[in-house]
Every structure is written in C-alpha cells, then in structure tokens.
Design a protein around this ligand. Structure first.
Ligand code: DC
Length: 230
C-alpha cells in the first residue's frame, strides 16, 4: 500500500449519511471521494438489463467479462459511472437498483471483479472511500477507519427526504423495509459482510445534524493526519 497518500475508509449501513459526509470531507481536504456503492450499483444495473436473476451467482459471474465499468469525475467534480461507455450515473440511483446492487454484491465473483478497481483509486491520491467493506477488505491499511451509523428510523427518514427531493414517489415504511432488507442481506452474506473493522472509530450520527456529522468526521481526519482545511 502506498503510504504517501492518506486514506479514509467510511463503512456503515444504508442511509447513515456516508456519501454526503464523505463527499464533504473529501472536498474539505482536497481528497478524492470514491463512492464504491455506485460501482456495485452499476453491476446491479447491468444484471437487471441482461434480465438475469440477481441471485444466480453463476449467471452473474458469466456476465462480468462482458462488462466494462469505469469510474470518472465530471467537470463539476462529481463521480460518474460508465457501463460499456454509457453514463449510467442517474439510472443506478433508482430504488430498484439498490436491491440489485445488494444482491449481486453478495456474489464473491462480483467482489473479486471490483476489488482492484477500488484499490487502484487509493493509489492515485489521498481518498475518502465509502462502502461496506472498505476498512475490512478494500483498504485494510487505511490510515483512518470510521464506521458510520444511525438509528434505523433516522436513516429511513433521511433516505426518504433524499428520494422525495429527487421526485421519487415512496413512503417512510417502504423506505424502511427496503433499507432493513438490504442491511440484513449486506451484514449476513459470507463474502465481505458489512461490519466495523476492529480498529474503526464508531460514529453514531442519530442525534447529529448533517453539519455536525461533517464537522465531527472532518475533526477526526484533521487530527489523525495532522491536516489543515483547504
Ligand atoms: O452504498 P450504496 O447503498 O449505494 O450500496 C449499494 C449496495 O452495494 C449495498 O446494499 C451493498 C453493496 N456494497 C457492497 O457490498 N460493498 C461496498 N463497498 C459498497 C456497496
């Protein structure tokens, strides 16, 4: 692992605010932000489009060699995902694709297929990377590991607000059911399950506003790496 760069691993269940907080923290210190969930979502979308059963490990594994998955950054600095050359960054956010992503992410061949791509990102510069297994598998030597969580109710309410803002039509109950189903699946799979690394700092943001959460995480980064804000 290249120690010239700082790496921050942020793991946790769905809706804990990982991506918003990680993105803000990366911008604060001039780090690259990597949303690894988006990479699994891209595979999930490819599986949905191919009409394959997302739990059929063999069929999904057979599709992988046909996929070209690329992660890039747009002119405004936001992460974009490309599937066989097509920008699918918006499409992968559909709630249905969340379930596909969670299902395909339990398949070891999918995890192996995406591992180097994620590790390579941390070789190009300092990163804040969020996901489920960053501190445990992808970047086990990360300089700072954070396990970000919040109560199920707080997470569902935040996710609902995000979806409503995007014009999606759903209820709190639907969001909660979908989220808990995904968390159970992500935490109970055999391959790289969602769990806190032994050396992770546990951050429960249930009673924090978004700003407070960002300040707390930025404080941890500043302290760990001896950094100033940009
Ligand atoms: O972070 P997200 O909700 O966009 O992730 C979608 C799914 O991808 C999630 O339910 C589990 C999977 N995932 C994973 O298994 N490992 C990661 N590092 C990131 C996401």
């Amino acid at each position: 692992m290249n120690n010239a760069y700082c790496s921050v691993a942020i793991d946790g269940p769905a809706g804990a605010g990982k991506s918003t907080i990680a993105k803000a923290a990366a911008a604060r210190f001039g780090f690259i932000y990597v949303d690894t969930g988006a990479i699994y979502r891209t595979v999930g979308l490819a599986v949905q489009r191919a009409g394959i059963d997302q739990t059929d490990g063999k069929a999904v594994a057979a599709l992988l060699p046909e996929l070209s998955i690329r992660l890039d950054y747009g002119p405004d600095g936001t992460q974009r995902m490309y599937l066989n050359g097509e920008d699918v960054s918006v499409e992968i956010r559909q709630p249905e694709i969340s379930m596909y992503a969670s299902a395909v992410s339990a398949i070891p061949a999918v995890r192996d297929f995406l591992l180097e791509m994620q590790r390579d990102m941390a070789k190009t510069g300092s990163v804040v990377m969020d996901g489920r297994d960053i501190g445990t598998v992808v970047l086990p030597d990360a300089g700072l590991k954070i396990f970000l969580t919040a109560s199920a109710e707080a997470r569902a309410k935040r996710r609902l607000a995000e979806l409503l803002q995007k014009g999606e039509n759903c209820t709190l109950q639907q969001v909660m059911d979908n989220m808990l189903r995904r968390d159970t699946q992500d935490a109970n799979r055999a391959a790289a399950p969602l769990r806190a690394a032994e050396d992770a700092i546990l951050a429960d943001t249930t009673d924090f506003t978004l700003e407070e959460s960002i300040e707390y995480i930025c404080g941890l980064i500043r302290e760990r790496f001896g950094l100033e804000d940009r």
